[in-house]
Design a protein around this ligand. Structure first.
Ligand SMILES: Cc1cc2nc3c(=O)[nH]c(=O)nc-3n(C[C@H](O)[C@H](O)[C@H](O)COP(=O)(O)OP(=O)(O)OC[C@H]3O[C@@H](n4cnc5c(N)ncnc54)[C@H](O)[C@@H]3O)c2cc1C
Length: 449
């Protein structure tokens, strides 16, 4: 049977992979990854996560993975011709840039480009209102999404990998401090199994506690496609009946979080403009400030607000930040520094190993009050209260802010009240939160008027 090219992108795995099944059924499979030169801009942690997943994929394909640098619309047709492939297979892409790229590759290919599946349980665009319109609000979307349902995970096919096409050497994984092994398929599934083995039962109660390891940390694997969300959903379904009532509530909560990921992807599918423009028309005239030295302090985790700084430093170090901190740091940028949400979204995408256009940019709009289902625009996160509520012993702050390690307990959230609080070089607050909160509300009111 003729060779089939399989171009991996956001699907760096071999299990539950419908496009791999389609390719393997049609012939021997040439697995390919294109190192896009644009990726050189990505931060070290992001690159390390991608390369971790690629090295694992190289092993999972018995060393057959072919890596080439260049523009996909040149590399893919050239490789298809070299291998004598009769089709090129992909998992369907759903973002505006990905769809554009795939159209360009399709035009340049002499053989068909076959898309099977997407990185979502329900492909964006499928869940619709009875009249065919897209949903704009999460709760009715999630109900319809659940009703629509999804297929069982795809079985792993027995695959003959094609050989003989030359590969560039796969770059080594840069050394980083972060734990990125979960970016790879096997390790992600192990983490998931360990999470199902106990922590998921407490998820509902602990998911807002950044001082605890209470969330699944599947976001990097989901972003890179090292696991498919359907695999996770199938496991939840299988286990739910065997667990206590509170554990079942936790599982439902977890499923709802996956539904948020699907909802945001659906929104970007229907409204690609919403990735970088206000989704809601209500606040488009709001007055923003240009990013200045205080913006840099936010980026560096030196605002003088311990909880904000801990979050920003965790992201820089690990390429991942706890959800509570994403909300708090985004609120701080948009409502204390009055900077446009897109500036923060860009910074997050540069640093997060799970950086995902739909979840990130709509997450930012949710906080800024310009999105769908937005937190009411008048909700301004208080950095001290957030710390006291969600990091009650101060452990999270002390982990990421060494200048405050000498301050015990919850006092770490208010070093200005502690004698010697600034003894180890922690910066003073760059602003007065109460005053900036008032300023934010005034600007929002003016825009609404
Ligand atoms: C300002 C902001 C920016 C964000 N940027 C991203 C991003 O770039 N990439 C990303 O994957 N998530 C993003 N999120 C959502 C959320 O913070 C992360 O998905 C979560 O923290 C990842 O950790 P986890 O895998 O341990 O999550 P868990 O709590 O274990 O959740 C399981 C999975 O559900 C999904 N999920 C959970 N919460 C959300 C949410 N609010 N929106 C969409 N999906 C969700 C994720 O796929 C996550 O892996 C952002 C949220 C905000 C407020």
């Amino acid at each position: 049977m003729a060779a089939q090219l399989l171009w991996f992108r956001r699907d760096l795995r071999v299990r539950d992979h419908p496009a791999l099944v389609a390719a393997a059924e049609a012939g021997e499979v040439l697995p390919v990854f294109v190192l896009d030169p644009a990726f050189a801009r990505a931060g070290t942690t992001r690159s390390a996560a991608l390369l971790t997943a690629l090295h694992a994929l190289h092993e999972a394909t018995d060393g057959a993975l072919v890596v080439r640098s260049g523009a996909p619309e040149q590399v893919i047709p050239a490789l298809a011709a070299e291998a004598g492939a009769t089709a090129a297979h992909i998992s369907g892409e759903t973002t505006p840039a990905g769809r554009r790229r795939d159209r360009a590759v399709e035009r340049a290919l002499a053989v068909p480009l076959v898309a099977t599946g997407t990185p979502y349980a329900v492909s964006p665009g499928r869940v619709q209102k009875p009249g065919g319109d897209p949903y704009r609000v999460f709760t009715p979307f999630s109900r319809a999404w659940l009703e629509h349902g999804w297929r069982a995970p795809a079985p792993r096919p027995s695959t003959r990998w094609a050989r003989g096409v030359e590969s560039e050497p796969l770059p080594a994984v840069p050394a980083v401090d972060a734990r990125l092994d979960w970016a790879a398929e096997e390790a992600a599934l192990e983490r998931w199994a360990a999470f199902l083995d106990g922590p998921i039962d407490r998820y509902d109660e602990q998911r807002d506690r950044p001082d605890l390891d209470g969330t699944s940390r599947m976001s990097i694997a989901l972003k890179l496609g090292a696991v498919h969300p359907r695999t996770l959903l199938a496991d939840l379904d299988r286990l739910a009946g065997q667990r206590s009532a509170p554990a079942q509530r936790s599982m439902l909560r977890y499923r709802a979080e996956l539904a948020w990921r699907e909802f945001y992807a659906d929104l970007v599918w229907h409204f690609p403009r919403s990735a970088w423009h206000d989704f809601s028309p209500e606040l488009t005239t709001i007055a923003y400030d240009e990013p200045d030295a205080r913006f840099e302090a936010w980026q560096q985790g030196r605002t003088g607000f311990p909880m904000v700084d801990a979050g920003m430093r965790q992201m820089r170090a690990e390429g991942w930040m706890h959800n509570r901190l994403r909300m708090l740091t985004a609120s701080f940028l948009t409502k204390d520094l009055h900077v446009w949400w897109g500036v923060g979204a860009r910074h997050f995408l540069d640093l997060l190993a799970d950086g995902d256009l739909a979840s990130n940019n709509h997450g930012w709009q949710w906080v800024a009050g310009t999105g769908t289902d937005a937190a009411p625009y008048f909700r301004v996160f208080n950095p001290v209260l957030q710390g006291q509520q969600h990091d009650p012993e101060g452990d999270y702050v002390r982990r990421w802010v060494p200048e405050l390690r000498h301050v015990p307990g919850a006092a770490v959230h208010e070093p200005w009240k502690v004698a010697g609080g600034y003894a180890h070089g922690y910066p003073e607050r760059i602003l007065d939160h109460g005053a900036e909160r008032k300023e934010a509300l005034a600007r929002y009111e003016a825009a609404r008027a």
